[in-house]
Design a protein around this ligand. Structure first.
Ligand SMILES: [Zn+2]
Length: 199
């Protein structure tokens, strides 16, 4: 996920990754099949997965994103990384493997209609109502079960990244008109990071 402006964060939940290990990879954009199909469940928690996570963090930072799913660097595996502020100015950093979003009780579903953007739809932003609370269950890089909770903008990020791994972009949740407008915004600007050209 991408954001127009970041405030200076205060508290940090999670650990900053060692960015000396990863390789920056170009970002896939809307139209690339890898973004439009569900990703595969991760079953091996070894060096290959760890190298993928390293690449994902540095690729996200290079593109100045706040979240990145593996299929955004062309790998169809269920993994996302994040370094994302919430609305209370807390910075959340981490990785979730095989994420599944909890279904919210109706009483927990308060819609927040903030702006959303995506590194795979470069240069475009659109208002999209989403619940302001999210719970994601999955595994960490070593296969240990984890639960990640988020509010505000970070809740949006958790939902956005899980959508990616299910084969959906945020523009798939927009009205026909807003989707068209987002794609037009994308056409009007050139990305400020390297992307994978579509065939
Ligand atoms: Zn995205």
């Amino acid at each position: 996920m991408s954001e127009e402006q970041l405030e200076a964060p205060q508290q940090v939940i999670g650990e900053e990754p060692d960015t000396s290990r990863g390789t920056v990879r170009p970002i896939t954009v809307v139209g690339n099949p890898v973004l439009h199909h569900p990703c595969a469940t991760v079953t091996e928690f070894g060096p290959e997965l760890h190298a993928l996570i390293d690449d994902m963090f540095v690729s996200m930072y290079a593109a100045e994103g706040v979240g990145l799913a593996a299929n955004q660097i062309g790998v169809g595996q269920r993994v996302f990384v994040y370094d994302c502020p919430d609305d209370d100015n807390v910075r959340h950093i981490g990785v979730v493997v095989n994420p599944v979003l909890d279904e919210l009780e109706p009483s927990q579903r308060n819609l927040d209609d903030g702006n959303e953007g995506c590194l795979s739809v470069p240069g475009a932003y659109a208002e999209l109502p989403r619940p302001d609370f999210a719970v994601v269950r999955g595994q960490d890089r070593d296969g240990k079960d984890i639960v990640v909770e988020g509010t505000g903008f970070f809740a949006r990020c958790l939902q956005h990244e899980t959508d990616h791994l299910n084969g959906y972009l945020y523009i798939d949740r927009l009205s026909k008109r807003d989707r068209k407008d987002a794609l037009r915004q994308m056409e009007e600007k050139s990305p400020r990071y390297e992307v994978v050209p579509n065939e």
